[in-house]
Design a binder for this molecule. Structure first.
Ligand code: FER
Length: 242
């Protein structure tokens, strides 16, 4: 993991960058931004509590995913719901100016052009941050992975953003997950039903046929020990569209 410090719109801040083994700066990589939950920080996801870096190494080795860059930022200099501003103005330009992604440059136009090679996910309050990236910055991100946290702004905030951008249904993909004993379960269920019934979404785990799926794990609680498995389950479905 590379520990990075950057100057952002909310002041000096930190994030961690996972580079896949054999990272080659002459190649282009898909990139996932993955956000921690409340009371956590940018180090949580690569700490011994979660060890996501180990899982990513194995997923790449097993061919479950293409080598990709995974960034763990923090919303601790602002709020989960407003982090999308720091993401688009500070985090993505900093990271993708330094590491090799599909962004040809860090201009807004080039970041928008490379959106289908960029994903954003998060756990709990990080899931809220993911929904808010969808609600307000879907021009820069093609894939969302909200895990164990509902969209406090409501489904209408997301569909409004989709309409504002004029996106087609093969230009945004959302895979959500939680556990049946997770404190987010009862909050997420009605929203997931509303999305299933909304024409902006086609519900299927086969992202060649639709763009929205909700995975529920029996008896799983609000804990990274379960949530890391949702990342394992969701990530292979990402980055298959231009
Ligand atoms: C949710 C349930 C719990 C949620 C967030 C939480 C964004 C966060 C709990 C905490 O930080 O303690 O549905 O949605």
């Amino acid at each position: 993991m590379i520990n990075e410090t950057y100057e952002g719109i909310n002041g000096t801040n930190k994030l961690n960058v996972y580079l896949p083994y054999n990272y080659d700066p002459s190649k282009q990589y898909n990139i996932l931004y993955l956000m921690h939950g409340g009371g956590e920080n940018e180090n949580t996801i690569f700490s011994d509590d979660v060890k996501l870096d180990h899982m990513l190494d194995h997923m790449i080795m097993n061919g479950d995913i293409e080598p990709m860059i995974v960034v763990t930022p923090t919303f601790n200099k602002c709020e989960a719901a407003t982090f999308y501003k720091e993401l688009r103005q500070s985090v993505i330009p900093f990271v993708e100016g330094k590491y090799s992604t599909y962004a040809k440059s860090t201009s807004e136009a080039d970041l928008i052009a490379s959106r289908m090679h960029r994903a954003y996910g998060g756990f709990s309050m990080g899931s809220l941050s993911a929904w808010c990236v969808g609600n307000h910055s879907l021009d820069m991100v093609g894939y969302l992975m909200p895990l164990s946290g509902d969209n406090w702004e409501g489904v209408g905030s997301l569909t409004k953003e989709i309409d504002r951008l004029g996106l087609q249904k093969d230009e945004y993909f959302i895979m959500c997950a939680t556990g049946t004993k997770d404190i987010a379960y009862e909050n997420m269920n009605p929203q997931m039903e509303a999305m299933k019934n909304d024409s902006h979404f086609t519900y299927t785990s086969d992202f060649s046929k639709g763009n929205f799926y909700y995975l529920t794990a029996n008896d799983a609680t609000h804990w990274w020990g379960f949530v890391r498995h949702y990342v394992y389950d969701c990530l292979p479905y990402f980055f298959h569209h231009e």
